[in-house]
Design a protein around this ligand. Structure first.
Ligand code: DX5
Ligand code: ZN
Length: 222
């Protein structure tokens, strides 16, 4: 399992030390939310910010592009030090090319599905991706409530992984704290993004180890 603190909930006036705080607290991955003010109604930060943070940490950089034109951002984020780039299945006919381009850059490939999107939107790509992100809020903002109605989707993509003998990770993102991480883990999630649930805690180390214990005890086996 992996725990990925989401920098969107960090103190933006000190992103370097916040990055270090996440690493020292035991975060496995750093989740970086990129919003373009078009695909989602908010703007976050771009490749130059990610580049500034890269030397500060050895964490795996999980870059989540909530952007209408990710094709113009793949190379800049690769150069900035991304380890994985996640694009959205809602981009429809653009998806095959984007997957190919991310691979070409030698990065891991993630594909995300929003709450209103059926998991079948990702089905044809399952053997081409390293991670499937099941969004558990409508993307755009941190601090929203977890949407329980997304749980069956996690179950579905876990079953596909089993029956097809595939190895993609199953990530959840939005409203994740220890309680909701456990619910997702029972359905088959193995990778947990959490912004508010970790960065807003005084003791992030304690929050991460609680989440890890809870998830491990409730891991789906069959
Ligand atoms: C939502 C982003 C999330 C966000 C999660 O649009 O994709 O990664 O940072 O934040 P929390 O954990 O606060 O819901
Ligand atoms: Zn995200």
């Amino acid at each position: 399992m992996k725990i990925a603190p989401s920098l969107l909930a960090a103190d933006f006036s000190k992103l370097k030390s916040e990055t270090k705080r996440a690493e020292k607290a035991g975060g496995d991955w750093l989740h970086l939310d990129i919003m373009d003010g078009h695909f989602v109604p908010n703007i976050s930060f771009g490749p130059d910010v990610v580049k500034t943070l890269r030397p500060e940490s050895k964490m795996f950089f999980d870059v989540h592009l909530m952007c209408s034109r990710p094709e113009i951002l793949l190379e800049p984020f690769a150069q900035a030090g991304a380890d994985q780039i996640i694009i959205h299945a809602e981009l429809n006919e653009k998806v095959p090319d984007l997957i190919w381009k991310i691979r070409e850059l030698n990065l891991k490939v993630g594909l995300a599905v929003n709450p209103p999107t059926a998991p079948t939107a990702a089905e044809t790509y399952l053997n081409k991706i390293d991670l499937l992100l099941v969004m558990t809020v409508n993307p755009g903002f941190g601090g929203q409530s977890f949407m329980e109605e997304c749980l069956p989707k996690i179950q579905q993509v876990w079953e596909w992984r089993q029956s097809r003998g595939l190895g993609y990770r199953i990530e959840v993102d939005g409203g994740i704290d220890t309680k909701t991480a456990i619910e997702c883990s029972r359905m088959g999630a193995d990778t947990f993004v959490s912004g508010t649930g970790l960065f807003k805690k005084r003791d992030m180390k304690k929050a991460i180890s609680r989440m890890r214990d809870g998830v491990e005890k409730n891991r789906r086996r069959n």
